[in-house]
Design a protein around this ligand. Sequence first.
Ligand SMILES: Nc1ncnc2c1ncn2[C@@H]1O[C@H](COP(=O)(O)OP(=O)(O)O)[C@@H](O)[C@H]1O
Ligand SMILES: [Mg+2]
Length: 510
Amino acid sequence: MVRVTEVMLETKHIKKAFGGITVLKGINLEIKKGEVHTLLGANGAGKSTLIKIIDGIHTDFEGEIFINGERVRPKNPNDARLLGIGMVHQELSLIPTLSVAENVFIGRLPKLANGLVNFKKLYRDCANIFEEINITIKPNEMVKNLSIADRQMVEIAKMLSHQSEIILLDEPTSSLSDDGVERLFKTVEKLRENGKAIIFITHKFEEIFAISDRVTVLRDGQQIDTIDLNMETAPHSQLETKLVSLMTGTHEDEIGELYPKKAKEISDEVVFEVQDYTQEGKYDQISFQIKRGEIVGLVGLKGAGRTEVIRSIFGRDTKQSGRTFLNGEEITIKNPRDAIKKGIGLISEDRKEEGFVGCLGLKENINLTTIMDTVTFGLINKAKETKKMRDYIKKLNIRTTSEQALVRNLSGGNQQKVVISKWLAANCKVLLIDEPTRGIDVKAKSEIYQLIRDLADNGTAVLMITSELPELIGLSDRALVMHEGKIVNELVGDAINDENIMNSIFKHSA
Ligand SMILES: Nc1ncnc2c1ncn2[C@@H]1O[C@H](COP(=O)(O)OP(=O)(O)O)[C@@H](O)[C@H]1O
Ligand SMILES: [Mg+2]
């Protein structure tokens, strides 16, 4: 195979500051035609900021950008589009109340002679793009009815519809199922063959090894190193250690275990119990207990009914029948407020939609569940709130440019830590967690695992859903296998492994 080495995109000495804090300290990238170039770095390293500069979102920066040797300065994303740059954002940006096809072709909807939208053509054009990348979503479906994974695929289709030459993908896989990732990678491979230059951001090493030609590591806004994976012969595990070491600045010998030690022994004290939870079409006669100090993992294929179960425990969704017990006493939860009052917390799948309030600061978010504790004579005790925020910033190692930062401007891992702080501050008795580390770098991941374990050690009953099997296996003391709305098996200790989980699922598949 002839390797193309033509440089398509180049950045020179890119520097960027937000409010006096430098977050990019001179980045020199060279992205070649026909290469997939991964940007790797901890949350907050500056990856998104760098590609937002290339996409014309941040225009206030130092340094230069070249496309095919020609100096450019994208003024806004539209301008970038005209220069052949297309981006898929980390945060989804679709309009929920419009159809899928309208979102893909927004700003350039095909019109009839009378000026009205030509829906027939719109849907057909959209279906053509979908067919090319094997998407089975209906073009006339409203975006608000789509799962997060499907929305992500729509974003990707939207970017592809612009026929860009330089493609920027900011964590496109963080909410895709394995199948979605596979479809995306097939598309990316096709784009590479067609000579596009692709910047890809991911935290998942198996994805890097599967698709990347080169990897550039950023740490705290600095460019640390670029590794050409096509030239490396070391086994993946060794390369992974090397990359983690570059990302974190930790010596390779000092890179520790990702998962904390499991509970030594679990007490007999049942903290939380559900009996016969049933909701037709979603889940059926779900019963389980969680003991003091225990992390229970709820595992199953996508659509097994796991998220629905924990949402109804939290009172966010209704259920037809079922009883709930906390410390042996029956409780009734009609809505999330009841749940919070009883000491039940939920870290939900979609942190942007439900986990935090992006337009508020750290302090307001951390104190969200405990507002009443800091109110005296009807006034919020600011000093108490500030102290709490500082405690959590320190304890959870939350990285922010300032105490006043808005949570939506923090990186994913740090947003997730804010969500966890909120529930730590609330002293939950039961914590329900749905996908705890989606889009989070390895370092923050291991910190979050330790936080979850600490919560359990301090007596919180933890129920966790994750689609990452290694995470479930690494963290759970006990696993309940769910399939098509039913619990089909329970695994304890060493029996929680890939083989047993898969066997329990497939034994029950028709
Ligand atoms: N709009 C913004 N305003 C202020 N600070 C920001 C903004 N966007 C990003 N930052 C800060 O810049 C740094 C780099 O963030 P980002 O590029 O999102 O990192 P990454 O994508 O590598 O996780 C972080 O410290 C982040 O808090
Ligand atoms: Mg980012």
